[in-house]
Design a binder for this molecule. Structure first.
Ligand code: FAD
Length: 487
């Protein structure tokens, strides 16, 4: 009996539930990844995520070979193809004569549809698709209120999540135990992995940015973060500091295991680390938004709160211009513009800045959160439907346990508080570097003499603000009030 493991967003060969179950159940196991043309085709020809995945597959292939070699199974490795999973998975199942295919649960609506179709096609061939929990600690139905319903308040969810957590939930899946079931690749599958060019893509600046890929890269970041985790609660909000873990892209593509990182944080938190406790809380948010998406799939396209479905967002040419200014980092608010430059140049944005820029788009510019959500989706290396949608709906006050509508971030206050010396702003907006700290957050408040001394001409080197925050705030309050009262 033979099996195929279909890798998707779980690109590692250790602590892997599907791989473990396949190796345990079957005598011969192969591993495959499909570059899904349905996802790849609409992307721009340079995409950091495609490059991250490709490089991480090289690492996965090496891990599988090494695992096989250590267990007396040379010539193992990863099969990588490009096309549609609905064609490739059944085709591989036939080609390799397997009776079962194993994969991790994928929770996004489109992924579930894909899996349902593949399951049906395999069933026609007499092959079973087994899917198992891997990418979250607790699935949507595992943490429920006493009444058996989904939590709508994060605090209560976190409390229940932590109460329920037991060592067994974070136990690694010991794939080594049955690794002798890894089967040699048939001769026609012993070929080099496709290059980016083979996939029709061009290199990005991922390497220049030194974003570490693969499990090795994930572990490198994890080791580095463990040196800092105890201070996380104090440093996490300051974008100029190396506060967060930068693990999000690795958690997105499963090059590290959620269990291994949660276990480390849990142990440290139990030993009294407040930083580790705060960080574990962020991993709980991750599960929380997955369960929101599962129980309320309408959030993909609609407000979680029905009353905010009727907010009258700005539309038309003026709104398009404002949106464009936001996307390209030309709003005239340095903290917003520096954050958007970080996103556009690197595919990463610090969490505090995601909150500030999202709030600015929705509340200061009055633009529908869905437009911002889509823009982030196109740019973020760690883009994850559940977390991104949750984050946007939180900032827009439309979501489950979101920020109340009347809490409107003041971009200048936020900037002074979280980038007090302007180190982050200066990194991304060098044209403002010579402005003194006191003026950097709101250059329009500088006198002509001060601007001249800093060598800045507003409107030439840097834009005038596209809106006045005070006026925008009043408009936002009216906009939400009107939706709430149905006017
Ligand atoms: P750390 O602070 O080290 O956090 C550790 C991990 O916890 C993260 O890697 C992530 O997996 C998880 N996490 C942290 N915060 C959240 C959160 N609020 N919701 C869910 N999981 C969280 N995160 C994504 O992974 N993908 C997204 O597409 C995404 N979009 C966002 C959009 C908006 C508008 C906002 C406000 C937040 C978004 N987040 C998203 C959450 C958060 O900003 C990122 O997870 C974090 O900045 C990633 O950096 P890190 O790994 O260094 O974070």
């Amino acid at each position: 009996d033979s099996a195929l493991v279909w890798f998707r967003r779980d690109l590692r060969a250790h602590d892997h539930a599907a791989l473990y179950h396949a190796l345990k159940a079957a005598r011969r196991v192969w591993c495959a990844f499909v570059f899904d043309a349905t996802i790849l085709d609409p992307l721009p020809r340079a995409d950091r995520r495609v490059e991250f995945i490709r490089d991480s597959l090289e690492s996965l292939d090496a891990q599988l070979r090494e695992l096989g070699r250590r267990h007396g199974r040379p010539e193992t490795g990863l099969i990588v193809v490009h096309g549609r999973p609905t064609e490739w998975i059944p085709r591989l199942a036939v080609d390799l004569h397997v009776q079962a295919v194993y994969a991790s649960h994928d929770y996004e609506p489109q992924a579930r549809e894909r899996d349902a179709r593949v399951r049906g096609l395999l069933a026609d061939l007499g092959v079973v698709l087994h899917t198992v929990k891997d990418i979250v600690v607790f699935e949507a139905d595992e943490v429920l209120s006493a009444a058996g319903t989904a939590y709508g308040v994060f605090g209560a969810y976190r409390k229940a999540w932590l109460k329920q957590l037991a060592p067994a939930d974070l136990q690694p899946w010991p794939v080594e135990r049955h690794a002798q079931a890894l089967a040699p690749l048939p001769a026609h599958w012993r070929r080099p992995l496709p290059t980016l060019q083979d996939l029709g893509f061009e290199p990005t600046n991922l390497r220049a940015l030194k974003v570490p890929t693969g499990t090795e890269g994930g572990h490198q970041l994890l080791d580095d973060f463990l040196e800092r985790i105890d201070r996380y609660h104090e440093t996490r909000d300051y974008p100029a500091l190396k506060g967060p873990s930068y693990l999000s892209v690795h958690l997105r593509f499963g090059t590290v295991s959620i269990r291994e990182v949660a276990r480390l944080a849990w142990e440290r938190a139990a030993a009294g680390s407040r930083g580790a406790e705060a960080w574990l809380g962020e991993l709980v948010w991750r599960d929380f938004f997955h369960q929101v998406l599962h129980h309320h799939p309408h959030v993909v396209a609609h407000s979680w709160r029905p009353e905010y479905e009727h907010v009258r967002w700005e539309r038309g040419r003026h709104a398009d211009r404002l949106f464009e200014a936001w996307c390209t980092g030309r709003t005239g608010y340095p903290i917003v513009d520096a954050a958007m430059a970080q996103l556009n140049q690197t595919g990463y944005m610090h969490n505090r800045l995601r909150m500030i820029t999202a709030s600015f788009l929705v509340k200061d510019l009055g633009i529908d959160w869905r437009r911002g959500e889509r823009y982030f989706a196109g740019k973020l290396n760690d883009y994850d439907l559940a977390a991104n949608n949750g984050g946007w709906q939180w900032a827009a006050s439309t979501g489950c346990d979101a920020q109340p509508y009347f809490r409107i971030f003041n971009p200048v206050t936020q900037s002074r508080r979280f980038d007090p010396q302007g180190r982050f702003i200066r990194r991304y907006l060098p044209q403002l570097a010579r402005l003194p700290d006191a003026l950097l957050h709101a250059p329009w408040q500088a006198s002509p003499v001060e601007l001249e001394a800093a060598g800045v001409v507003l409107g030439r080197d840097y834009p005038e603000p596209v809106v006045s925050h005070e006026d925008a705030r009043q408009r936002a309050l009216r906009r939400y009030a009107a939706a709430r009262t149905g006017r």
